[in-house]
Design a binder for this molecule. Structure first.
Ligand SMILES: [Zn+2]
Length: 263
């Protein structure tokens, strides 16, 4: 009986459980790419507020604290809605729930005056920025109002055995954990290899522009992973470059926001 209950709980978690955005590897690699692109001055100032830690150390912090009473108000901040034109759907914003763009814009506004904030207020707003730039670049965390996003797929393990997964967790975790078993430093070192001009072009614009770009690039997810479809190597060969491109862009954009604020 106990076993059955556990099984049911696990199944429930897989299909309707909380959604956390990129898993550890995705968030930390984004932060690592950002860290590599911070100016010396910005890095030093930021780390002073983070108690001597790097931006990588707190990349997942928002996922770890979203269920604690003190930060429960941020629980709805991990996804961002786009309209039929794939632009940020401002009108869908419920201020009580918020979303990734809402939280990010709020934190950036707060940090513009970081010298007049308490050290702990600066630290928490920094943790918001570090995480939310990542979440809004994750295919499954862009909420397309024109697509059904709640379905399962059959994702193959390394022995080509299919397992039922909520499609969301395939994008958050499975693609990465089955293909990139590297440290975040190694992965960041591979992805952070574009010219200065390209980096600047990627990082230009506002968070709303970035969400639009992400929504355009990631809409193909509905072609590549349809309900109940079995996803094997062919899927990974398409999905991984998309995931890596999103992580790379998020890293450069995060660096730009932080340099603008703290350099
Ligand atoms: Zn998240």
């Amino acid at each position: 009986m106990k076993k059955l209950l556990l099984l049911l709980l696990c199944a429930g978690f897989l299909h309707t459980g909380p959604v956390f955005g990129w898993g550890r590897e995705g968030h930390e690699t984004i932060a690592k790419i950002a860290e590599r692109n911070l100016t010396k001055k910005a890095k030093k100032r930021i780390e002073k507020y983070l108690g001597g830690h790097s931006v990588v150390y707190y990349a997942k912090w928002m996922d770890e604290y979203r269920k604690t009473p003190e930060y429960a108000f941020t629980d709805g901040w991990h996804t961002a809605p786009v309209d039929a034109g794939l632009r940020y759907a401002d009108e869908l914003l419920n201020p009580k729930r918020g979303n990734a763009v809402y939280g990010l814009e709020l934190a950036v506004e707060n940090l513009k005056n970081y010298r007049s904030l308490t050290d702990s207020a600066v630290a928490v707003n920094l943790k918001y920025v570090i995480h939310l730039v990542g979440d809004m670049h994750c295919p499954a965390h862009i909420k397309y109002t024109t697509h059904d996003m709640k379905y399962d797929v059959l994702f193959e393990d390394k022995y080509h055995k299919p397992h039922k997964f909520y499609v969301h967790s395939v994008w958050d975790n499975e693609i990465i954990t089955t293909t990139r078993i590297w440290s975040v430093s190694e992965w960041a070192d591979e992805l952070d290899r574009v010219s200065k001009a390209e980096r600047q072009a990627i990082a230009a614009g506002t968070p709303r522009d970035w969400l639009h770009d992400a929504a355009v690039c990631c809409e193909v997810q509905f072609e590549w992973a349809k309900p109940d479809q079995q996803l094997g190597q062919d899927f990974l060969n398409k999905a991984l470059p998309l995931v890596e491109s999103q992580i790379q862009k998020a890293g450069y954009r995060l660096a730009r926001i932080l340099n603008d604020l703290f350099d």
